[in-house]
Design a binder for this molecule. Sequence first.
Ligand SMILES: Cc1ncc(COP(=O)(O)O)c(C=O)c1O
Length: 385
Amino acid sequence: MVKKIYLDNAASSQKKPATVLKAMTDYLSNIGCSPGRGGYDCSLKAGRIVLETRLAIAELFNVPSPEQIIFTHNITHALNYAIKGLVKTGEHVITTSMEHNSVIRPLKSLEKEHKIEVSYLKCNRQGLLDPQELEQTIKDNTKIVVLTQASNVTGSLMPIARLASIARQRGLSLILDTAQTAGLYEIDFTELAIDVLCFTGHKSLMGPTGTGGFALTKKTAAQMSPLIEGGTGSISDQEYQPDFLPDKFESGTLNTVGLAGLKAGVEFIRKTGLAKIREHELSLTARFLAGLEKIRKIQVHGPKDISLQTPTISISVAGFDLGELSYILDQRYGIMTRSGLHCAPLAHKTIGTFPEGTLRFSIGYDNTVAEIDYVLKSLREIIPD
Ligand SMILES: Cc1ncc(COP(=O)(O)O)c(C=O)c1O
């Protein structure tokens, strides 16, 4: 049987730490009830898991207090909460040309229905952005900047410190999409003065699917309307949604089993060390990039420089259909990759790979040198010189 090699970590990390599985099994075996809804022992224990997960996330991103962490089911929900809850009719919003559809689509629908104006900062063919672009695009009615910290197509990192500083100086709210960076890079919510930091649990944070959320400042929370309203287990005599955190934005029974796993995922990352995880994944990326350079028919898109990118690599191959290549890699070699547009069509228009897309390899913490060498050998075998 062919050994399976998973290289789709930009979509979801596959093998979770054993502690994540244990935490989830423990919750289902020994607790199993709703948090914050009853005064009995297992409900209090479930509530404690939720609070501890909030604390772990707040500590990871340096957020002042745990009630500023709101849980959702993924970052798509978090971004919708932030964008639709903050943007008002007539406002101008700035985003980049490398965004995922979870940013582009909510903005497009607001543009159509609520007459907001959207500008897209033009990134270059490597998917990199000159921060000057932001300075030059701000108008009198600009209120919000929505940015991904790294592209899920090329791995390109945005100059986030500089962009955040421009947004702060010009009085703009900053919504940050950390789908490709949380759990890999240090992200300081307070230092960067981010207004809404959106995260997803199932990628580098090592949690299960169905987890994610956002951190927000108290000032932003007061200005933001909740997208979803309903039961919170608090002030139930009132027919209006609570206006305090986290309840204002957290209606309905939480995914407690998922949060138990997410907490263990974050603990694993902190214990192992972000730098250690990042260095491992980036050294494999450098090795992979060097190997790809030697295969004549392969064109690598993106920075090709590990100081400017995450462990995500996109390629095109002259004379090959990328869907077919992905299929061959999976079926004959046991290598799991993803081909196509990766829910980011604008990014492909930016780097010149629309509409065919790219073949994407995204490296994770459990990949090894031997696996990267095997993938390179397999590519050399499939693609004649
Ligand atoms: C940059 C970026 N934003 C948003 C998302 C959406 O993530 P989720 O499916 O967890 O909502 C992804 C997922 O690939 C992504 O890479």
